[in-house]
Design a protein around this ligand. Structure first.
Ligand code: NAD
Length: 297
């Protein structure tokens, strides 16, 4: 392994590609944005003019793209190149974008039909984790594909979990983030109500974080300012994890629930509340910023 094609050099992709480069891999980088390609070149990567050029001679392809439709289009180009014999034998395609489970499974099918090994490996940990190389990867794919992808995932991440077959990584990510959205809204409501009832934030934190209401949204990422470990609440809700991205993940959870015939009323309501928060201008705020909206209301 060593020849990496990296496609999608945005907020997450560029630092992830940088870590592969720093670990001694040769990185051929493609993004539709000229500015992104220029940043990759400035960091010592080879900028390619197309997906086909980027993946030529690669033994690993990593994609970090905005959504499922773009992923499908990129995988169509990738598979055409693979069918033309442009990639090394045994090459593995790793998709780390957050997309719907259906698109993830479609990408697997496209890649494997073209003779590639394929892994969906969405991440949590945000831009900070991408820069530090400490992302958590939730991976889906065959044992053989996972084994081929693992050394590269270990360069970019701190924790790698093989969740199961194709699409399992996306499934795990969507379920986790649906619960996170719900629990964060609950934490915001609890701390806003505590305040109205005359409790100090500190008292509310001390009780809830050590009682049955404790959860990551309270203990690690408390939406009330000035209490608990430092969090976006302490910097006027600068992200962190932007509310627009939480809304995206909640929508994916609802798409997956519909496709599998399950109703998830709490997830649906969380999606609705974040949709309103984003429509009211909160999209660039951290997702815990709902707390400020509640206090103001
Ligand atoms: P971003 O918008 O900063 O980057 C996406 C990049 O893809 C852009 O540079 C864009 O020009 C490029 N792109 C679009 N279409 C392309 C195409 N056809 N070919 C090549 N490049 C193309 O987004 P991001 O924040 O880096 O997020 C990427 C993915 O990671 C998303 O799916 C997101 O949901 C997920 N994610 C983001 C975070 C986060 O905190 N930012 C955390 C976890 C997961």
């Amino acid at each position: 392994m060593g020849e990496i094609a990296f496609i999608g050099l945005g907020n997450m992709g560029l630092p992830m590609a940088r870590n592969l480069l720093s670990a001694g891999r040769s990185v051929s980088a493609f993004d539709v944005s000229e500015a992104a390609r220029a940043r990759a070149t400035a960091e010592g990567m080879r900028a390619a003019a197309s997906v086909a050029e980027a993946v030529s001679g690669a033994d690993v392809v990593v994609t970090m793209l905005p959504n499922g439709a773009i992923l499908s289009a990129v995988y169509a180009e990738l598979s055409a190149a693979a069918e033309a014999g442009a990639l090394k034998a045994g090459a593995v395609a790793i998709d780390s974008s957050t997309v719907d489970v259906e698109s993830a499974r479609g990408a697997h099918a496209t890649a494997t039909a073209a003779g590639l090994l394929s892994v969906d490996a969405p991440v949590s940990g945000g831009v900070g984790g991408a820069e530090a190389g400490t992302l958590t990867f939730m991976a889906g794919g065959s044992d053989e594909a996972f084994a081929a992808a693992k050394p590269e995932l270990e360069v970019m991440g701190g924790r790698i979990v093989h969740c199961g077959g194709p699409g399992s990584g996306q499934a795990a990510k969507i379920c986790n983030n649906m619960l996170l959205g719900i629990s964060m809204l609950g934490a915001c409501e609890a701390f806003a109500l505590a305040e109205k009832l005359g409790l100090s934030g500190q008292a509310a934190f001390e009780v809830i974080s050590t009682s049955s209401g404790s959860c990551w949204s309270v203990n690690t990422y408390c939406p009330a300012p000035g209490v608990g470990p430092e969090s976006p609440a302490d910097r006027d809700y600068a992200p962190g994890f932007a509310a627009a991205l939480m809304l995206k993940d909640l929508m994916l959870s609802q798409q997956a629930a519909r496709a599998s015939g399950l109703t998830t009323p709490m997830g649906a309501y969380a999606a609705e509340l974040y949709e309103k928060f984003v429509a009211d201008g909160g999209g660039e705020k951290d997702f815990s910023g709902v707390m400020a909206a509640l206090r103001g209301g």
